[in-house]
Write a protein that binds this ligand. Structure first.
Ligand code: NAG
Length: 236
């Protein structure tokens, strides 16, 4: 009899330890980056070894957020990135989640970073395979480039009003988004990242619970890849 209590007690204690290790969070930011903007900053870009990415937004990541606007990070060292768990997703990852970091590589370093820093903080909702799968599904669901094109906003290197860009996206996806800008090599403010709020399951778009402050000018450039932008900004 005593040993049963002992086992139950141990079970209770280990459950407490386990649950205290699982990070909670309130919603996600689904962050996409405009690929050419990565090649048009002071830092150089390198096309992935798997090929030049399409002229499109690429996934940056799916980031768990708390309602008090803190971002939990690196939550579980015991669950490191393991490509063997997502082999079936590899070709979609290469297409929709490319890396433009130098030196040129196949993207696994980027995905491992996103998993280790952000993904491990949403283990209470999504295991590794689900985390990458729902993120790819969000990219399919939200075609930002098409939504912008529908409003006559094209990546032609011209300037567009921030108001028009935000309105076009709101009309297309039904929710306000946060836009982040960067400066191109000429010092022009340009479209860089778009943050979309997503519920904890990673499947439904929601209104953002709070305003994330990111700075952009009133008019911003929507750029194309240059004729040969890869690595070119090193010399500028
Ligand atoms: C924010 O919320 C999280 C989760 O509830 C909590 O762990 C953290 O301590 C809070 N941080 C601040 C600065 O309030």
């Amino acid at each position: 009899m005593k040993s049963i209590y002992f086992i139950l007690l141990n079970l209770f204690i280990s459950q407490c330890i386990l649950s205290s290790q699982v990070q909670t969070f309130d919603f996600f930011y689904f962050v996409q980056q405009w690929q050419p903007a990565l090649c048009d900053k002071k830092a150089a870009c390198c096309y992935p070894t798997t090929g030049k990415p399409a002229l499109d937004f690429g996934i940056h990541g799916l980031w768990p957020v708390n309602n008090n606007h803190t971002f939990p990070s690196f939550c579980n060292e015991n669950s490191p990135f393991d490509e063997n768990q997502i082999l079936d997703l590899m070709s979609d990852m290469q297409k929709d989640w490319p890396t433009l970091a130098c030196p040129k590589n196949n993207g696994k370093k980027f995905w491992a970073h996103e998993w280790n820093k952000h993904g491990t903080c949403s283990l209470s909702m999504l295991d590794m395979h689900s985390y990458f799968q729902v993120t790819l599904a969000l990219k399919e669901k939200v075609n930002l480039l098409q939504v912008l094109k529908n409003a006559g906003i094209r990546p032609d290197g011209r300037s567009y009003g921030m108001k028009a860009i935000k309105e076009a996206i709101k009309n297309g996806i039904g929710h306000d988004v946060v836009i982040e800008c960067s400066n191109d090599v000429f010092g022009n403010n340009q479209l860089f990242q778009v943050y979309i709020c997503v519920d904890k399951t990673g499947s439904d778009l929601i209104e953002c619970p709070m305003i994330l402050k990111r700075k952009c000018d009133e008019n911003i450039v929507f750029g194309d890849f240059g004729s040969d932008t890869e690595g070119s900004s090193i010399s500028l």
